[in-house]
Design a protein around this ligand. Sequence first.
Ligand SMILES: *[C@@H]1O[C@H](CO)[C@@H](O)[C@H](O)[C@H]1NC(C)=O
Ligand SMILES: *[C@@H]1O[C@H](CO)[C@@H](O)[C@H](O)[C@H]1NC(C)=O
Length: 472
Amino acid sequence: MKLQVALCVACLLLTGSAQDRATFQRGNDQRGRCQYTFTVSSPREASCPLSGGGPEMEALKARLTLLEAHVSRLVGEGPGAGPRDAHAQAELERARLQREKEQLDGTVQDLQARLVDMKQEVERLRAQPCPAAFPQSAALQDGGRRAASGSGGVSPLVSRSMVQSERGRVRDSAWSLGSPGYQELKAEVTQLPASQLTQEGTEDDTGCGELVSVSEPVSHRKADNIAGKYGVWMQDPEAPPGGPYGPQMVWRIDTIGTDVRQLFGYEDMNQFSRGFPTKVLLLPDPMESTGAVLYHGSFYYQRRLSRTLVRYDLATESVAARRELPHAGFHGQYPYSWGGYTDIDLAVDEQGLWVIYSSNKAKGNIVVSQLDPKSLEVRKSWETSVRKAAVANAFMTCGRLYTLASYTAPNTTINYSYDTATGQAKAIAVPFQNRYGYNSMVDYNPSHRKLYAWDNFHMISYGVRLGKLDAK
Ligand SMILES: *[C@@H]1O[C@H](CO)[C@@H](O)[C@H](O)[C@H]1NC(C)=O
Ligand SMILES: *[C@@H]1O[C@H](CO)[C@@H](O)[C@H](O)[C@H]1NC(C)=O
């Protein structure tokens, strides 16, 4: 279009080469229509003809009329505007709207980023434990003091934990890489209303039974960085009434690294999926393996490089019991087939607290012991004939041990069960999916009747169906 106009004007100027100056003006007439004025100065000033006279003027008029017709058609303002011009007009309008849309998109992105920043700030403030949060760990306090004095000018009123948090140590891993807002938006999550977790399985609420089937996995959260490749996530199946954390509370630990001691707490499944912790606890002893559990207000775990079990009370934030698990192999002696120092695997079911492990005496076969949840003393033990190194993982349900055949195969089976009530072992074949290819934790939660698992960065759960209580 522009080219055509330019060509027309150029033609006109060329054909009227006798003139040394020509101007072209555009303006509105009284009726609001566009008027184009073409002015040419005559080479012979003295002989300027009267208006409307002379062949030269007539020719110019003719050309001007022609030009007006052209221009008005091209601009689409004249009565001759055809469908092609309407199309051009629509194109212009679309381009304008596109530009506006892009500007608005930019604004929306800005606002979203600011919203995420603000949420993060709120969560950061909320996640700061009170100054009294780590009374039992002298090492930590020292570290905190060093940090406080090192950063200079920090008011003594600023709590140690806040200093820690500001140094980025006490954070959900989602916050420790790059722009937190971006990480959070990028996180692949399937949000499940918490109610769904409790509603499913109601048909089996009548009682315990054998494992009949395991549903497809549901992903609740994907870890953002390498620290979250393996880990443990859990909910207390028996959160004590009156305790500081209700039954909706979700806890998570990323277990990559040698100094694993951060326990992240989330108000509910929704906050867990979004990665906004409301509580961060620092364990006094670092932990090992993915075998930790929560039970009745305490967090139970294996202390790193030892066969020592630790009971950490969430309400007092202190160690309530420490005890060696007699003869248990640890730190790579009898792990599950995937490794990961998973020698000692704690478990919870309808009947209480258990530990799954092996020993030299059992020659690497799986031993199951029921523990006293208060003192961590072994109440009773059962020795199976299944090699621990041959199974991918194991869990307890209704007093029965179940083992998983593979931690990588997309379609594998739970292929063995051992009933502690009767001492009977059984080969079974309950289908089980490792959807993300590296399942490093599988634990049963008796109150939700679900398996909680950690499969290659994905924190997932599986519904389980239990059969009727079999007559015994
Ligand atoms: C279960 O599967 C594992 C891995 O394939 C295998 O080694 C084991 O023998 C199976 N156990 C039973 C009881 O079939
Ligand atoms: C696994 O099982 C599902 C459904 O049972 C099936 O759709 C899928 O193709 C299987 N995958 C493999 C790798 O066998």
